[in-house]
Every structure is written in C-alpha cells, then in structure tokens.
Write a new protein. Structure first.
Ligand code: ADP
Length: 481
C-alpha cells in the first residue's frame, strides 16, 4: 500500500514536466490568439495539478505564479484597447480557479510529503518489511527487504511474493490464512529463498490491513533474519544430544553388573530347563508334561533376556530425537526391567503406586527412559550412604495439574536417603554440580533439559535427613487431554 497508493510516484522521467510546459504554452496561445469567448485560462488548473505530481512546494508556487502571469498577459494582449466586462469576469474566474487549485495542491503536497517521511521511517529499520495485496502481489518493499533478499524495490514490487521468495511455511498456508483472518495477525518462523538461491530462516510477523467495510486489502509482513540463531540452536541441540548420549552410557555403565546379571540369569535358566527337559525325555517313559513345562520356562526366560537386551540396545544406540505417543506407566515398566536387579543387589525395596488410568504423553522414549533411570540410580546411590534404616524407593504416577490448570502426567521418585540440604537444592540441576567423588554432575542437568524440551518441569523437594523426591510433570498428550 504505502508508497504505491499513498504517495505520488516520483518519476524521474521528463515526460510530466514536458507535458506541463506544452500544456501551458498551448493554453496561452489559444487564450491569446483565438477568438473564443470562453475562459480558456481555467485549463491552467490541469497544468498545476500535473505539476503537483513532480514539483516541490516552491516549484508549485512558481508554476502557479507563471499561470497567473500568463492569464493576465493574455487578457492584456487581447483586451488592451477594449476592456469589456465579460472578458474581465472570465479572467477573474480563471485566476480564482488557478489560486484555489494551487491551495488544494499545496495541501495535498504537504500530506503527501508527511506520508513519504513516515514511509521513509520504515527504511531505517533493519527488519525486512514488505506489503502484499490480497492476490499476494508485493506492493511495498523496504530497504531492509532489499538488503535481506537481494531484490531492489522496483524489481520486487508487482511480483507474486510466493513465486519470488519460495516461502516454506511451518503449517499449511490455508491454516495460516485462517489464523490471520481471525486475529488480523500471525507470527511464526518461515523459510525463504534469497536472490542468490540461499535459504534464510526468518521470524515473521504479519498484520492484516482492512478497508472501511472490514474487507482485507493487504498484509504487512515484518521479517527478522534468524538463520544464524537457528543454526546455533541446531548445533546446541546436537551437542546436547551427544552429551545426553555420553551421560546415558555413563549411567548405564553404573548398572553394567546388574544388567549383566539380569541377562545371565535367564540364560542360565534356559540351560537348566533345557537339561531338565532332556532328562524328562530320556526316561523309559518320557514325561511329556514336564518336558512341555520345561520348554515353556525356557521360552519365557529367553524372552526376558532378549527384552533386557532390546531395551539396553535402544538406550545405547545414538538416534535422532523421535517424538511419539507414550504411556508413562509403560515407560516405567521398561526402566524397571533395567534397574530392578540393581535395587535387589543394593537391598532397596521397591514400592510402586502406578495410576490405573492411561498416562498419555508425547515424547522421545529413549530420552524419557534416560531421565527416569538417572533419577532412580541417583536415589539408590543417595540411600547407600544411609545405614540406620531399610532403603526404599517409592515410584508413584498420577494425573495432576500445573499452575495454569493444564492436566499433567506426574512421575514421582522418592527415596529415604540423606535428603538434600536446602542451601544446595537450587544448584542440583546446574551442570557439573556433584557431591560424588566419581560424579560428573551432568545427570540432573540433562534430566532437566530433556523434561523441559518435552514441555514439562522437574522439581526436587526434600526433608533433609528423611529423603528426597524428584517430581517430573509432563503435559498430557493433546489428543488425549
Ligand atoms: P552426579 O550423579 O554425577 O553427581 P547428578 O546431576 O545426577 O550428577 O546429581 C547431582 C547431585 O545431586 C549429586 O551429586 C547429589 O549430591 C545430588 N542428588 C541427586 N539425587 C539425589 C537424591 N536422590 N538424594 C540426595 N541428593 C541427590
């Protein structure tokens, strides 16, 4: 809209000045040398209106004065010896028309300049701003847009924004247009292609302009280049992923002995049951019922070993983040398969209070399991420093509510270890904070970034000397909320 409709075009061509000069000369000649008894000089208003499109205030005043001079000159030449009153009136009418038109043109000229100054302000910003009409044709393109995309205003204006910038939207354009129609605004991240073919990621804010009747006429788009920021975020995510992977391996390393046992035990049972089955078969009268149950035990033990290995392989594999529908209780079952043996070997009683309703969340299974394993291993390690009471790990799941009254799935992991000093409870989630001689201090920091990247929250509470509770709150999956 701006420059195109509000401001007169600032043509550099000599066409309009030449036309104005030709017009003024023609009017003067007709007024002076033809015997027409009409107010020809009134036509000078056309010259003034034409001049207003390319002249400044001073120039316009000069043209107006020239038109007045020419009108009086014609009158003087033609009616020098015969001052008839009708000619005098025609002359006065023409002069009044010239003056009124000049006044109006000056007023219009000022408004135009004010608008041009305001529009020029948009060129001061570093943001790329463009306006597109309802047919997606660009009608305004500021200096920021020229710098970001590489096309000059004259090249961009008049072209379809979709063709020019090959915009890729985060969701179907129909949905975006519906949001824009509802709220008159939209904002989001989009990818566009510059003149040199490279892609930019921009934070885009759209505002819809409507006419008096409320019909949309144009959309102003303000874009900020966030390509570098996006790249840095991607690199950071990658680095976090690598770190999470290393920490996962470290935590699993702490469980190696118990996991090895967890796999060995069913394998030993497979062998024992296999031998038993053979013995039942080698009898004079083979006892097929016993053979059958030995084989069943072999199968179930074999399955258990393969389950543990499968969970372990999933956790040690380096995969990209995959968000999938999960159930918190099922996640815990998988985790317990890997930590149960550790609990037994460290004499920790397990108390489970799992909600008997679905606990739907959306998340990366491996990362979630990593977070819970880490909390459980920390609890076991903390309790190992307490010798005056039996150790118990209490895991509870339930549906709760966050401070915005949104439904959450909550997983609480409590121990009856030494608890946490209130003075340091705020530092627990800081990277490299550890009180263990062999500790890395990364576990809880990674837990927090995992949970927060899933839109959740992790909170530590403690009754010093009595134990600690880590509560993980995750948003209930949208399709199930
Ligand atoms: P690390 O286990 O390598 O020390 P973490 O980030 O997992 O790193 O834990 C940081 C610190 O938080 C631990 O060193 C410990 O002091 C404290 N902590 C974690 N869990 C508990 C718990 N259940 N009870 C008491 N202290 C805990």
């Amino acid at each position: 809209m701006l420059k195109q409709t509000l401001l007169p075009s600032q043509s550099n061509s000599h066409f309009y000045p030449a036309l104005a000069l030709l017009g003024a000369t023609t009017i003067f000649l007709i007024d002076t040398f033809t015997p027409l008894d009409i107010a020809i000089a009134v036509l000078y208003v056309a010259v003034i209106m034409l001049s207003a499109t390319f002249l400044s205030r001073e120039g316009l005043l000069a043209i107006s004065a020239t038109c007045i001079f020419l009108t009086i000159a014609s009158f003087a030449i033609v009616h020098w010896d015969d001052l008839e009153s009708s000619a005098m009136i025609r002359c006065l009418v023409s002069l009044s028309a010239i003056m009124v038109t000049t006044l109006l043109a000056l007023k219009n000229n000022k408004a135009t300049h004010d608008l041009r100054d305001q529009a020029a302000l948009l060129d001061l910003t570093h943001d790329a701003i463009y306006v597109r009409n309802i047919d997606d044709v660009i009608v305004y393109w500021n200096v920021g847009a020229e710098e970001l995309y590489g096309w000059k205003s004259e090249e961009a204006v008049g072209r379809s924004v979709l063709d020019l910038l090959k915009t890729k939207f985060p969701k179907p354009i129909k949905e975006i247009m519906a949001d824009l129609a509802d709220a008159n605004r939209w904002q989001g991240e989009i990818r566009q292609t510059k003149r040199d073919g490279t892609e930019v990621v921009v934070a885009s804010r759209w505002s819809q302009q409507r006419d008096d009747k409320g019909r949309p006429i144009a959309t102003m788009v303000t874009n900020n280049d966030i390509t570098d920021q996006q790249r840095a975020e991607d690199d950071l995510h990658k680095a976090q992923g690598e770190l999470a992977h290393v920490t996962r391996l470290t935590t699993l390393g702490e469980l190696t002995a118990s996991i090895a046992h967890e796999v060995n035990q069913p394998l030993a049972a497979v062998v024992t049951n296999g031998e038993a089955a053979l013995r039942w078969m080698q009898r004079d009268v083979p006892d097929l019922k016993e053979v059958h149950s030995s084989l069943e035990r072999m199968i179930s033990n074999g399955r258990r070993a393969s389950d543990v290995i499968a969970r372990l392989r999933a956790l040690t594999r380096k995969t990209d983040l995959i968000r999938a529908p999960l159930d918190a209780n099922e996640l815990l079952e998988d985790v317990l398969l890997l930590v149960e043996r550790e609990l037994i070997s460290k004499n920790v009683a397990l108390k489970l209070n799992l909600a008997n309703v679905p606990l739907p969340v959306l998340g990366d299974r491996v990362q979630m399991q990593q977070a819970i394993i880490n909390l459980a291993v920390n609890a076991v390690q903390a309790m190992s420093t307490v010798a005056d009471r039996p150790h118990a790990l209490h895991i509870r799941t339930h549906i709760g509510q966050d401070e915005n009254a949104q439904k959450t799935v909550t997983i609480e992991i409590s121990d009856n270890g030494p608890g946490i000093d209130p003075a340091v409870i705020g530092n627990l989630f800081t990277a490299f904070y550890t009180t263990k001689s062999e500790g890395m201090g990364m576990g809880l920091s990674i837990c927090r970034s995992i949970i927060e990247s899933h839109g959740g929250k992790i909170v530590a509470t403690s009754e010093p000397g009595q134990g600690a509770t880590f509560s993980v709150h995750l948003p209930v999956r949208e399709d199930a909320a």
